[in-house]
Ligand binder design. Sequence first.
Ligand code: ZN
Length: 317
Amino acid sequence: MTVHGIHHVTAISGDAQENLDFYAGVLGMRLVKKSINQDDPSTYHLFYADAEGHPGSDLTFFPWAHLAPSRKGVGLTTEVPLAVPVGSLEYWQERLMRYGTFLGALENRFGERSLTLSDPHGLELALVESDDARAFTPWEQSPVPVDKQIRGIHSVRLWERDLAKTTEFVTTIMGFSHIASENGWHRFGVAGAGSGKLLELREVPGGQRGQWGTGSVHHVAWRMPDEASELALRQQVEEAGRRPSPLIDRFWFKSVYFMEPGGVLFELATDGPGFTVDEDVAHLGEQLILPPWYEPQRPQIEAALPPLTAPQLPEKA
Ligand code: ZN
């Protein structure tokens, strides 16, 4: 039993409205679910994806503005590359500069053109040009034209103190194969590899342990076709000594959590039932969705959450 790609990435942001303005406004992704952190109902859980919330297109945030900024280091996912159409990076460079986004250089990574950037709270992203086939539904109401829109999560980049331990785990337990190495990065792929099915590791021997905070990734979730295969892989993870959580029902998918040997938090998540299980696809993300056990407290929960308004495009700094 193996994973078959990236399901979603969850990160920690600062102010919720600034997060919405950037991801729905500047990057033009669709807010497909507006919910709460199931362990901390005073915090939103915001989900950005393609128009239908396909598994693998979904970047989610806990806005914890009171946290200190994260510290980059080993045992963390240090960058989230997003897939964009081939030939779109000049459009993106111009758009991101117009809205004052902090941009890095245009690079060539494993033969693909890439542009690095930081979101308003310090999360490191990249846009990577790729024409690999993947499930994608354009968001017609996006401020970004359909032929330039983000297709989903391309890969994840992790810093590790000991490359060998994580490599052994992801190849023997999760189904990854080594694809190529370049400039200190080791690319692994699963299920045929390509956009949405890639994991990139960098060894930083003696590196300081990274710390969660605003601007850090919280966890990476990997796709499982169904609950039975997820439980089978959970068993393999347990036999490898990684102490996985029980299966947890997240309504839109079922989840198992564990730490890979280098300390990065991983999740297994089923492809179904998906974000349309509790909202019509035409109205995804418009209402605050609560887990049923929180419904009786809806008035208090809504009153405690900061109000969110339609995304505003920031003025250039
Ligand atoms: Zn998750």
